[in-house]
Design a protein around this ligand. Sequence first.
Ligand SMILES: Nc1ncnc2c1ncn2[C@@H]1O[C@H](COP(=O)(O)OP(=O)(O)O)[C@@H](O)[C@H]1O
Ligand SMILES: [Mg+2]
Length: 287
Amino acid sequence: MTITFKHITKDYNEKSVLSDVSFDIASREFFVLVGASGGGKTTLLKMINRLIEPTSGEILIDNEKITSLNLRDLRLQIGYVLQQIALFPNMTVLENVGLIPAMKGWKKEQIRARVTELLPLVGLDAETYLDRLPSQLSGGEAQRIGILRAIAAEPKIILMDEPFSALDPISRKQLQELVKNLQKELKITTVFVTHDMNEAMALADHIAIVKEGNLLQTGTPQELLNAPADDYVASFFKDYQEDFSKIKLNDLTENLTELSKAFSADAPLTEVLKTLSHRHESEETHA
Ligand SMILES: Nc1ncnc2c1ncn2[C@@H]1O[C@H](COP(=O)(O)OP(=O)(O)O)[C@@H](O)[C@H]1O
Ligand SMILES: [Mg+2]
């Protein structure tokens, strides 16, 4: 589904937080909104499922004004993933992921089958996880469930608001890959908010840069990298590493150290660590 923002403004008590923002999101693409905190990203995102209404301007989905659509129908076809892992604590994984299908009137067996089919897509064993409560999940596992909840009922659009910013670097990287692959496979129009250009570059088909309520530039990752519209856009690329798959060795070492503590039988991991630091040293000498 295409999403069109037309001359959107938003004022809160005379204070303008969005000024005349217009842009298009193509059907089935991965679209990323990037900008510093307070720039208006969340406000733009929440206008798509009408959690926030613009002061003026309009949003169209497949060329229809969203204000002319039935609100419940609109929301049922939009998946939504938040930064804070927002699973319902008193509901199992099955019930959390099955929530929207249940609201859409799917039968119990149908829901169970769907959740059983979905869990392996995010690397979780169905039998192990179906009946777990959120308190029995790690942060990364809970966010995987959050993603499944958003896609369970085959939405036409998925909205993600800084979904990985509370996770450790390794889980974040894994979930980015996972979301990118799921999106490639399912081809759901995806709007993703982040303040991290590395994340945007890894995920986006198109990026929009937002600053203080203004849209500065839109383009493909490569277009923005090659021709940033101004210094602000360029500044986002300051820390950009071309090969994003390289997690910093320090992060990895820390995680492996943690892991080896958790396993207590840490000899093999210690060996891995040694190999890694040797390799790193020799790479540096050769560079
Ligand atoms: N309900 C509200 N009332 C007043 N100001 C708000 C409200 N919601 C957001 N804002 C302001 O709008 C601006 C944009 O916020 P937001 O869209 O959350 O930014 P971002 O997601 O880019 O960090 C901020 O200055 C924020 O303080
Ligand atoms: Mg925000």
